[in-house]
Design a protein around this ligand. Structure first.
Ligand code: FAD
Length: 470
């Protein structure tokens, strides 16, 4: 019996639920990866290039183990119909189901197509999250909208264990049916982003996990908010591609000695499931604010200010350092994501969807549910968000979380000679201080593009009047 294993955001052999089940049920397994031409039009995004770099790495790794990953390109139904023609004795397909967004629609339609038209049995599994979107419910059966009660229930529920795997001739003997697509992945990888090709694959992901557990987990609760310490796990990009499974991460953390760091980290992992669940509950949240009160915020959407934010030229050093970190590495520290998202939506009153779209293109770890969830949290438009009147002061955030300016100096070299205590507000440096610190505000580093205390009042007023519209 020949089965197809359809890989997507699960680029690994080990602890892969769909593959585990395919191996239990099949005599031969054909591995495929499908590329939808409609999804790969924006060639130059970091997000897309990084994902394809991981697929290519996975494909090459499999090849070394004697396994072919067949790359299919084109309309999804045409591709699988062609596969059926080439492989008539194929009767089952295994894959890890996408619970939300574009992927959910694709998977629902694909299941119908496989079963009705190709007479192939579909075997979809939940693999991407510890608990799928419908697994954590209130006693009444309703879903949660607020994180804390969700977390209290989530942490009590038993977590799924990793599944074993043995690679044998059933998967190794599989054929190469689309040789014409063998070089295709390379064309979707933009070489300008050299950082995307570094540190790929499951082996690296496991090293990253182990290093984090050995060096940072115990202190995670105290250290995680300080970007200069760089003490978070950096697992997000591997969880996004599936180069490591969430069950493997959970098991390793769970087996570590108890500490406040460990408890805090487990809670962070819960946010990932929470936002996945919220996206399923609010399928329009990618285009619409979840909170009805804030569906008609009178955004200013100044394009010049957006450009200054995007390029790290706002005159707020912590915002600029954060945006430059994103542009240079494809990753941004969580505290900084909160600061820049608050700054864009509240200080500049730019629509959160602009920021979400920018992150979408730039993040190595882009995950629609977490990104939209994070943006709606910061913009106060989500289910369980920061209240609209609690607005981050970027200068105070900078003083608190980068007190010595070490992170700022790494990404904003114009300010590298500025005194550590004065670096948070370079717009206030006197002429003589500027000379002493070798910086010219307004020339090689900008004045602040907005006055925070004015902007704060303006945002509260605009948010309040948005409520009146409803
Ligand atoms: P760690 O602190 O080591 O956390 C471990 C893991 O827990 C992360 O890898 C992630 O899977 C999960 N996690 C932690 N915090 C969150 C959170 N707030 N929401 C959801 N999951 C979380 N995360 C993404 O994975 N993809 C995104 O596209 C994304 N966009 C974001 C946008 C905004 C505006 C904000 C405020 C947050 C966003 N996050 C996103 C969440 C968080 O910033 C990243 O998961 C984290 O910075 C990744 O670094 P890390 O792996 O070192 O995190």
């Amino acid at each position: 019996m020949v089965s197809v294993m359809w890989f997507r955001r699960d680029l690994r052999l080990e602890d892969n639920i769909a593959l585990f089940n395919a191996l239990r049920h099949s005599n031969e397994i054909l591995c495929v990866f499908h590329i939808n031409p409609e999804q790969v039009t924006e060639k130059s995004t970091v997000n897309q290039s990084a994902f394809f770099a991981s697929v290519l790495y996975f494909k090459n790794k499999l090849k070394k183990q004697g396994i072919n990953l067949n790359i299919m390109y084109g309309d999804i139904n045409d591709c699988f119909a062609s596969l059926k023609q080439k492989l008539p004795d194929w009767h089952d397909i295994f894959f890890n189901f996408d619970e939300r967004g574009f992927g959910r629609n694709r998977d629902q339609k694909s299941v119908a197509f496989f079963e009705d038209k190709l007479k192939v049995k579909a075997h979809p599994y939940i693999d991407y999250n510890l608990h799928g979107a419908t697994e954590v419910k209130k006693d009444s059966g309703a879903g949660y909208k607020v994180f804390t009660p969700y977390f209290k229930r989530w942490i009590r529920q038993e977590k799924p264990a990793p599944v074993s795997y043995v690679i044998d001739k059933r998967i190794k003997s599989a054929r190469l049916l689309f040789p014409e697509n063998e070089q295709l992945l390379e064309t979707f990888i933009d070489d300008r982003f050299s950082f995307i090709k570094k540190d790929l694959g499951s082996e690296t992901a496991k090293k990253v996990l182990n290093r984090f557990i050995n060096e940072s987990l115990d202190q995670y609760d105290e250290e995680r908010d300080f970007p200069a310490n760089d003490s978070t796990s950096h697992l997000s990009r591997y969880l996004r591609t599936g180069e490591i499974s969430i069950r493997t991460v959970w098991r390793a953390i769970d087996q570590s000695p108890d500490s406040d760091g460990k408890s805090t980290f487990m809670k962070e992992l819960c946010w990932r499931d929470f936002y996945n669940m919220i996206y399923v509950m609010y399928p329009n949240q990618n285009v619409e604010s979840v909170n009805k009160d804030f569906r008609h915020v009178d955004w200013i959407n100044n394009e010049q200010q957006f450009e200054a934010w995007r390029t790290g030229q706002t005159g707020f050093p912590i915002v600029d350092a954060a945006m430059r970190q994103l542009n240079a590495t494809g990753w941004m520290h969580n505290r900084l994501r909160m600061i820049v998202a608050s700054f864009l939506t509240k200080d500049l009153l730019i629509d959160w969807r602009w920021g979400e779209a920018y992150f979408h293109n730039k993040l190595l770890d882009y995950d629609a549910a977490s990104n939209i969830g994070g943006w709606q949290w910061a913009a106060s438009t989500g289910t369980d968000s920061v209240p609209y009147f609690r607005i981050f002061n970027p200068t105070l955030q900078s003083k608190k979380f980068d007190s010595n300016g070490l992170f700022i100096k790494k990404y904003v070299p114009e300010l590298k000679n500025v005194d550590n205590k004065m670096i948070h507000e370079p717009g206030k440096l006197s002429e003589s201080e500027q000379t002493r610190f070798n910086v010219r505000i307004g020339q090689n580093y900008p004045f602040p593009i907005v006055d925070h205390s004015y902007a704060r009042k303006r945002a509260i007023s605009i948010y309040e009047s948005s409520k009146d519209v409803n």
